[in-house]
Design a protein around this ligand. Structure first.
Ligand code: UD1
Length: 340
């Protein structure tokens, strides 16, 4: 594989997972071009990436909803593969504005795939989510667990996205890998890039760090009456740098044609479940701060427990989560301290 000549398009490359993946791609010698519309990201992230890797990636500010611009982009760039992060991701908002989600996450995917096939760009990595499993009947969750009816339009766009890509692989030379992320957290050890939630964070970790920093008064813990050891819900929190590296493994698999099917699915998590209270305790330990929190009722739509069986990713991608929950919380905390 001649990586010097391997140019990878990263859509949403200035976002949380996208930016960390761009860093790993550049560290591995890939040439990167980023498309981002800056709707949920900041241009300063480009400086962070440049400062970490010493390479400024090409950046094109472009809205993927504009089909003609997507067409022009592919006509003017010779691309060898695409990692597609650009999408809206707020579950609650997707319930209120479903069409925004279908346009942002589905229409754009269709435009991208159309141009890829037309321009003979056949390697595609898709950001999927463990949300496709809903509350799985068996834990840990394997890739064979049934896909449950989606709880939200956001979740539905991930399910539909996987189906659209699968159908396209059957009808063309496209080959693709969907990575089903569990709960990505943390940030780069350099503290030059990290998670940048806009407005009030919906996800646990940014809410925890903002509460510890005094930006939020208290963390609300949604439910302590779940059938778990301490009554709080369990998730598989994966360090974003480990997650970013899974994309490199998946991309190499496609480029070297080591894939076993034209469309493949991999769970990307640590394999370890942590309860909300365990996360709080671990955070208090790494930050040396007491967190102000209060137990309240369950949040609608939340599941009890989800954690990954990562055997398939371990064996097929030769990918392993190496960083711990504590590593991730420490980096998230350092990043938070830099923001205030
Ligand atoms: C959520 C989405 C999921 C999406 C993922 C992206 C829902 C129902 N699910 O996952 O579809 O793919 O984000 O990152 O929104 N919690 C609190 N207090 C808070 C925030 C969260 O107790 O202020 C708890 C939640 O109840 C949950 C855990 O922390 O048990 C993790 O929550 P969160 O970070 O929002 O992730 P998910 O709900 O797993």
């Amino acid at each position: 594989m001649n990586k010097e000549k391997t140019k990878i398009l990263v859509t949403g490359g200035l976002g949380f997972i996208g930016s960390h993946t761009v860093v790993e791609l550049q560290n591995e010698g890939f040439e990167v071009v980023i498309i981002d519309d800056l709707s949920n990201s900041k241009i300063e992230v480009l400086d962070g990436i440049t400062s970490i890797t010493g390479i400024k990636p090409e950046f094109v500010q472009l809205d993927l909803k504009d089909k003609n611009l997507v067409k022009d982009f592919f006509e003017n760039h010779k691309i060898n593969g695409v990692i597609h992060f650009a999408a809206s991701k707020a579950v609650g908002e997707s319930v209120e504005q479903p069409l925004k989600y279908y346009e942002n996450n589905i229409a754009t995917l269709v435009y991208l795939l159309q141009e890829m096939v037309k321009n003979e760009v056949y390697n595609f990595i898709f950001s999927s989510s463990c949300t496709v499993y809903g509350q799985a009947d068996e834990l840990p969750i394997t890739e064979n667990a049934p896909i449950k009816s989606a709880e939200s339009p956001y979740g539905n766009t991930k399910q539909m996205g996987e189906e659209i890509i699968t159908d396209t692989t059957k009808a063309s030379n496209l080959q693709a890998i969907a990575l089903r992320y569990f709960n990505p957290i943390g940030g780069h050890e350099s503290i030059k890039i990290g998670e940048l939630p806009i407005g009030v964070p919906q996800n646990l970790i940014p809410f925890v760090t903002q509460t510890a920093a005094g930006i939020r008064k208290e963390l609300l813990v949604f439910g302590d009456d779940y059938p778990t050891d301490d009554g709080t819900a369990i998730r598989d929190y994966i360090h974003v740098v480990d997650l970013a590296k899974a994309h490199i493994s998946a991309l190499k698999r496609l480029i070297t044609e080591s894939n076993k099917n034209k469309m493949e699915f991999f769970n990307i998590g640590t394999g370890k479940g942590s309860s909300v209270l365990e996360v709080i305790k671990a955070f208090e330990k790494v930050s040396n701060k007491k967190l102000n929190y209060k137990i309240v009722g369950r949040r609608e739509g939340d599941i009890v427990s989800a954690y990954a069986d990562t055997t398939l990713a371990n064996n097929e991608l030769d990918w392993y989560a190496k960083l711990t929950l504590e590593d991730a919380l420490e980096s998230a905390w350092k990043w938070q301290l830099k923001q205030v």
